[in-house]
Ligand binder design. Structure first.
Ligand SMILES: C[S@@+](CC[C@H](N)C(=O)[O-])C[C@H]1O[C@@H](n2cnc3c(N)ncnc32)[C@H](O)[C@@H]1O
Length: 251
């Protein structure tokens, strides 16, 4: 998203209930798909590596019947984790290296971020990552029910204006599908530097079938023991904002 939170792309103004020719529902997406021009090596990563890292058929054009992904074929029975909006992918690769027995799927529509992640995957040589270069909602449509054991939502777009709060990821439109694909007992981590995002998260996430594990105020300023600061967090700290780390358990 642009720094002033002005949407650079608004995909559609259609009302919910309408659908594309492929059957895909109209889903407004207010973030951005592309930023500055890709560097030549980033184009190479996208051309050469992205297809091989696909989790399977996610898009409506290629999977109009919304057949579930075959996670067994993808990761050979490993536990599967999900990172929504991985940005430049530093946290995702960090977790993949630290947890070789886990497969991690990342979803990120911003193609410059995807290209940055691909460069990191090349250099790390980890083989336990799959990448969906698009909206996490399309991915959650085709993840089997109760298939994911951990999910990360790290510094989601803050949408600070009151009238934009309904665009936040911590709304039932996003949280109910997330709850559906998480296993009972799965952990859901949310990091944010925006106090009002904390407020909305604490209200909306439990409504979607989660129990809060973080104790209010006490431990929510302490990062998780396996945490790696993301690019967005470094910027937030530089600008004097305070991180909050919230942990939930799927009931
Ligand atoms: C503020 S950035 C934070 C990026 C990264 N997690 C970090 O901490 O540096 C939020 C990211 O979420 C992505 N995003 C927004 N809506 C999304 C969606 N529906 N599915 C997946 N990613 C999304 C944006 O493209 C953006 O890269």
């Amino acid at each position: 998203m642009s720094d002033d939170q002005t949407p650079s792309v608004k995909l559609s103004d259609k009302q919910a209930g309408d659908s594309h020719e492929s059957g895909a529902p109209w889903r407004n997406f207010y973030g951005r798909f592309k930023g500055k021009t890709l560097k030549p090596n980033q184009k190479v990563y996208l051309d050469q590596d992205l297809a091989a890292l696909s989790p399977g058929a996610v898009g409506w054009e290629e999977n109009p019947n919304r057949t579930n992904l075959d996670l067994q074929a993808l990761f050979g029975g490993r536990d599967v984790w999900l990172e929504v909006g991985f940005g430049g992918g530093e946290h995702l690769v960090h977790q993949a290296i630290a947890n070789p027995d886990v497969g991690i799927i990342g979803a990120e529509p911003f193609i410059n971020g995807v290209a940055t992640l691909l460069g990191k995957i090349r250099h790390s040589k980890c083989d336990n990552i799959a990448v969906h270069p698009g909206d996490a909602r399309d991915l959650m449509d085709v993840l089997p029910e109760a298939s994911i054991s951990r999910a990360f939502l790290l510094y989601p777009d803050p949408w600070p204006k009151n009238r934009h709060h309904r665009r936040r990821f911590v709304t039932q439109e996003h949280l109910l599908p997330l709850a559906q694909v998480l296993k009972p007992g799965a952990i859901f981590r949310v990091a944010t530097d925006i106090p009002d995002y904390v407020r909305q998260t604490l209200v909306e996430v439990p409504k979607a079938g989660f129990e809060r594990l973080t104790v209010e105020g006490e431990d929510w300023h302490h990062p998780w023991s396996d945490w790696l600061s993301t690019r967005y967090e470094i910027k937030a700290l530089r600008e004097g904002r305070t991180p909050h780390y919230l942990t939930f358990k799927r009931l």
